[in-house]
Ligand binder design. Sequence first.
Ligand SMILES: Cc1cc2nc3c(=O)[nH]c(=O)nc-3n(C[C@H](O)[C@H](O)[C@H](O)COP(=O)(O)OP(=O)(O)OC[C@H]3O[C@@H](n4cnc5c(N)ncnc54)[C@H](O)[C@@H]3O)c2cc1C
Length: 372
Amino acid sequence: MDLELTAPQIRIRDAARRFAVETLAPRAHAFEASEEVPADIYRQLGALGLMAVDVPEAYGGSAAGTVAYSLAMTEISRVCASTSVTMGVTNMVGEVLAEFGDEEQRQRWCPRLAAGGLGAFGLSETGAGSDPGGMVTTAVLEDGVWVLNGTKQWISHGDTAEVVVVWARTDGAGARGLSCFLVPGDAPGLGVDAKEDKMGLRASHTCGLVLEDVRVPESALLGPRGGGFRIAMMALDGGRVGIASQAIGVASGAYDDARAHLSAAGSPSQADAFRLADMATHLEASRLLALRAAARKDAGQPFTQEASIATAFETEKAWAHSKDAEELKGDAGLRVGARVERALRDVRVSMIYEGTSEVQRIVISRAALRAG
Ligand SMILES: Cc1cc2nc3c(=O)[nH]c(=O)nc-3n(C[C@H](O)[C@H](O)[C@H](O)COP(=O)(O)OP(=O)(O)OC[C@H]3O[C@@H](n4cnc5c(N)ncnc54)[C@H](O)[C@@H]3O)c2cc1C
């Protein structure tokens, strides 16, 4: 794999790194304490081209590709994973629009997302997490209007999104009966349930959404009727590159903290130095796996298995290494406000959303068995 980065990839990575260090780092703990990332942060990320990294320029995006997106996610996550979740999901919605939207849908929504308006991903329900085929939200076509009813759960920034991509059942049981809709965040009938009180990512709001006779025009259908499952699977493949990159970033933040602590203390024991070495080694391997999946996506090659391998490997390593980093820091690592303390809480969910570790193994083993 050619690891030489292009000028646009370097520009996006460096813009993300500068923003993370100069703007996010001084405020990340305050975001955590207030459970809020202010909207101006997303507008600033939009101005830097980081909210629609892989969306064509014609729709306001940076057209810099998935490698650039992966690098940007890692840099932002290194400092504030709550910010990177929102950035990641909005990028994912922008990509879905660019890929499956018609011209009017792209023109209407992509520039708003690119500028820092938020897009939410409304897939999960109580009985439909790992298996969207269990979805019970419905969309019925009545006199040229789609009427949506149902409940979504665990929707990131569902309370502040300008547009929510909502999956609903239009055509009977099973995965083939699902379609996808673009629902404005202020649509009458779209309500927000209580915010989840989570162990980590506390500045990223996660909410239930209640759809009660939400009426959207026929033109709100995204992609073909009955094509919702395929759209979800394609979006999640790309999303997993983002999750792996996020986990790399969070673990890198924890590693930085532990390394600085050991350096300042001077002469670490060999056991501590070896733990640090293991972290550095696994982080490097993880970066290569994520970049390989991203580069394959950019090249138009299949990348489903590669994205799941990167996600399964890195999210589990990131969890273990955040714990190692916390232990290397000793008592100081347990204090609220310590980078490793937040990393440990933030990284747990990366083994759950956009496919749990078990789901990643299902994807990887299916591809391995198909290869014969
Ligand atoms: C912080 C956070 C943010 C989220 N944001 C969003 C969002 O923006 N949009 C959205 O749509 N969803 C979102 N989710 C939901 C997330 O995608 C789901 O939680 C995830 O897909 C798992 O679904 P579930 O919780 O229903 O678990 P389940 O699917 O019920 O799984 C429960 C357990 O069973 C295991 N399991 C399930 N099926 C199998 C199988 N076939 N073989 C072996 N084991 C299996 C799982 O691995 C897991 O351990 C978010 C979740 C969290 C925690």
